[in-house]
Design a protein around this ligand. Structure first.
Ligand code: C2E
Ligand code: CA
Ligand code: CA
Ligand code: CA
Length: 278
């Protein structure tokens, strides 16, 4: 009886009720946002060992008519819960393909890779492979310049299914990156079976490498592990030159972070690219 009582009380927790209301409000707003095309992509440069720009990560932004620019952390979890992520994700992928096709047409941007975040729910959807194929066809984008970033949460489903789907998309020319590596569900047994091109070191491991021996050891180990498995390793959240120097000395050859550039709207990115031509 005491247990039940406790559970009932949780229902009337005003903080939780507030959360439920906020969630419902975001869901409503997202429907309107999809209709009115309030989503856009920002692009954050990714650099090689010499600091040359080799690609960009497409990061979703929501231009809310009242609230201004809303970061994805505030609406993607809702969109994942409601399933709206499927349509949002489709629009993101289509836009990324359009951008790649546009860059392909000009010699100094033709080599740029574009990394696109795909949520587990979107990846597992039965229509995903067809959707990707359609976007490629419709835009004429070069699939070899598109990198799909997955998180370890895809591994909550059957690994054989996951591998099968990755292979089907690889057959189209796409490459795969494992985002936020080390923060989720992956075990090394899974890692060795996933046909990946890249590991991304999560910024939570990078942030304190200058002062925390354990974080530095983790970064160094991920770099060594990835490279010995033939994978590219990119460190994210690189905020200072000192961070980058340390990562470089530990063998890291790709990075992304405020030290190089913040996520930028297209016009600003193109200005940045003109100054950091490779
Ligand atoms: P993520 O994929 O790990 O993206 C990296 C996040 O780190 C971005 O936050 C980026 O703005 C931020 N960041 C970049 N450099 C630095 C740095 O030097 N220091 C710090 N402190 N942060 C840095 P953002 O844009 O707010 O995105 C948050 C998350 O939302 C992403 O994390 C990703 O999981 C998700 N997301 C973004 N766009 C999409 C999308 O199109 N689809 C899906 N499914 N998820 C997305
Ligand atoms: Ca990412
Ligand atoms: Ca990440
Ligand atoms: Ca992250």
């Amino acid at each position: 009886a005491k247990e039940a009582g406790r559970n009932t009380v949780r229902f009337f927790d005003p903080q939780m009720q507030e959360k439920i209301n906020a969630h419902a409000q975001v869901e409503q707003d997202l429907y309107r946002a999809l209709e009115r095309r309030e989503f856009s992509l920002f692009y954050q440069p990714q650099v090689d060992a010499y600091g040359r720009c080799i690609g960009v990560e497409a990061l979703l932004r929501w231009q809310h008519p009242q609230q201004g620019l809303i970061p994805p952390g505030r609406f993607i979890p809702v969109a994942e819960a409601t399933g709206q992520i499927l349509e949002i994700g489709r629009q993101v992928f289509l836009q990324a393909c359009r951008q790649q096709a546009a860059w392909q047409a000009s010699t100094n941007t033709a080599q740029l890779e574009i990394a696109v975040n795909v949520s587990a729910r979107q990846f597992h959807a039965s229509a995903f492979v067809d959707q990707v194929q359609q976007c490629l066809q419709e835009t004429g984008a070069n699939p070899e310049r598109i990198l799909i970033e997955l998180t370890e949460s895809i591994l909550l489903k059957d690994i054989n299914e996951v591998i099968g789907k990755i292979r089907a998309l690889q057959a189209l020319g796409l490459q795969f990156s494992l985002d936020d590596f080390g923060t989720g569900y992956s075990s090394l047994a899974y890692l060795k079976r996933l046909p990946l091109a890249q590991l991304k070191i999560d910024q939570s491991f990078v942030r304190d490498i200058l002062t925390d021996r354990n974080d530095r050891a983790i970064c160094r180990s991920i770099i060594a592990l990835g490279q010995s498995m033939g994978l590219r390793v990119l460190a994210e959240g690189v905020e200072t030159q000192a961070h980058w120097q340390l990562l470089r000395s530990d063998g890291c050859e790709e990075a992304q972070g405020y030290w190089f550039a913040k996520p930028l709207p297209l016009a600003e990115l193109e200005r940045w690219l003109a100054q950091h031509a490779f």
